[in-house]
Design a protein around this ligand. Structure first.
Ligand code: GAL
Length: 344
């Protein structure tokens, strides 16, 4: 069941709506502002409703803070080095909003837009049209994102198509703490991540080439371990990221839909299983957090993100594009699915 209410107004007076998708005792709330997931409330092992998603109680929270809490990211998740996009010999200089690089779609990404909505049975469908030249990307891009919540599973289906050849790499920036948001840091959340390699970065977090095996390093989550166990280990990549802030390569080489991660809280008994058909996931440990949230101040590492997408900066690195290119011809359909399933 999906219900709708007014959540508030933006500082330019636009109405922000909240849609609540109810699944028995579980509820997910999504805003038309930025396609943002605002809360995910699920029962813990004792049946107590627990919100496992970081966010804000009002529109101002979303408009006045950075960190992209719960938001839909586009046109391009994570970084493009120097904002440089070349398509068939034409250079497009994208807006640089992060130390000389393009991050999460630029100055005014999809997270800042009011999306059109449609309720279709048990699905919420949000859509936007990003005009040709927006943030200097070529092509009018039509985007549709469909949310459903059934059997404890929040499923997000992404679909986009452009009328000119362009770059597309969407994701969602949900921060989780399976102890419950506001319950301090998430460092005791236990993570299993089915990945053998990460993508190393330069000091400004741009992947510039190569892969690094996780075996024997702090990056290895093939055997479940607390996220905080090795987060401060002496490792050049961890040092540069200020903790985990890296793209992990999934094992679904042919783009099949797989379970790639499970996160568990001993405290609440809540388990989150993650699925996707994208080739990679940005595992970000909330190293830059520092803002007032729904029930508490969210300090550094109050939540983590698992952002499924193609490799950041693959538009500038051939060996990354070979693992899933973000360049789409005019009329070529872009689509993928990501899901987060909750049990206790
Ligand atoms: C993440 C990214 C981080 C940081 C964050 C937003 O996706 O990996 O480096 O930019 O978004 O604060």
């Amino acid at each position: 069941m999906i219900s709708e209410r007014v959540f508030g107004k933006t500082n330019s007076g636009e109405e922000v709506l909240a849609f609540t998708l109810t699944d028995g005792a579980r509820k997910v709330t999504i805003l038309n502002l930025g396609g943002t997931i605002q809360s995910i409330v699920v029962p813990d092992k004792n049946g107590n409703p627990t919100d496992v998603l970081l966010g804000y109680n009002d529109v101002a929270g979303y408009q006045n803070n950075d960190g992209y809490l719960g938001a839909l990211i586009g046109r391009f998740g994570n970084r493009i080095g120097a904002g440089k996009l070349t398509i068939d010999g034409t250079e497009y200089q994208l807006y640089c909003n992060d130390k000389g690089n393009h991050l999460h779609g630029g100055k005014s990404g999809f997270d800042k837009k009011i999306w059109a909505h449609k309720i279709d049975g048990d699905e919420l469908v949000l859509s936007i049209v990003s005009p040709d030249g927006e943030e200097n990307y070529p092509g009018t891009l039509k985007v549709e994102v469909t949310y459903s919540f059934q059997g404890g599973e929040l499923k997000i289906k992404y679909h986009a198509v452009s009328d000119k050849k362009t770059a597309i790499n969407l994701t969602n920036h949900a921060y989780f703490n399976v102890n419950g948001e506001g319950d301090g840091s998430m460092l005791d959340n236990v993570l299993w991540l089915d990945c053998d390699e990460i993508v190393p970065t330069d000091p400004k977090l741009i992947p510039v080439g190569g892969f690094k095996a996780v075996e024997g390093t702090a990056f290895d989550f093939n055997a479940p371990k607390e996220i905080g166990r090795d987060i401060d280990a002496a490792d050049i990549d961890l040092k540069q990221g200020g903790g985990y802030d890296h793209c992990y390569m999934l094992k679904n080489k042919c783009g099949e839909y797989v379970k790639y991660a499970v996160v568990f809280s001993k405290k609440t008994g809540i388990k989150m299983s993650c699925y996707t058909d994208m080739p990679a996931v940005q595992f970000y440990a909330g190293n830059f957090l520092g803002q007032q949230g729904k029930t508490a101040y969210y300090g550094k590492r109050a939540g983590f993100c698992l952002e499924t997408q193609a490799i950041p900066n693959n538009v500038n690195v051939e060996e990354y594009a070979a693992r899933g290119s973000s360049i789409y011809d005019a009329g070529k359909e872009y689509h993928f699915t990501a899901a987060y399933k909750f049990e206790a």
